[in-house]
Design a protein around this ligand. Sequence first.
Ligand code: MN3
Length: 189
Amino acid sequence: MAFTMINLPYDKKDLEPYMSEQTFDYHYGKHYKTYVDNLNKLVAETEFEKMPLEEIIRKTAGKPEYTAIFNNAAQAWNHAFFWKSMCKNGGGEPKTELKQRLEKDFGSVAKFKEAFKLAAVGQFGSGWAWLVDNAGKLEVMKTANADNPIAHGLKPLLTVDVWEHAYYLDYQNRRADFVEAFLEQLVNW
Ligand code: MN3
């Protein structure tokens, strides 16, 4: 049983003009594929071969001897979660229950968005920004490279990929504009 890519939950053109088909050709078709392919090569005939991705991530996090497996397992998980964090005709208002939780823990949806943008734009170099559930409290966090909330015992609820390959074709160096479009036009509440 090998790890497989998830199917995109929309067509590659559905998120245009905010995320182009060309970006999906590279990001989904090449970057994401490489992580899944590399993971399959690395775990073949090891104890990790038949584990769920989340379990591989928890078992390899912070262990230098498993860095390559962690990086590829986490990136396979992160990308699948990122594809599902977006949808056709996304953006708008969060659903009622999430909206109430964001208001409770951040003060307002606008304040959550500010915190999320700050994390996404402030992540130096490659990484991810997240909305997470930390024992019932919603929080924003950023992680570097392949790192993710599962490795820290937190439950991810939403993510944006801020590696340059996620936005460079559509936004060049304007990461803030990409994150703004993610929150206003792409996010799948
Ligand atoms: Mn990526």
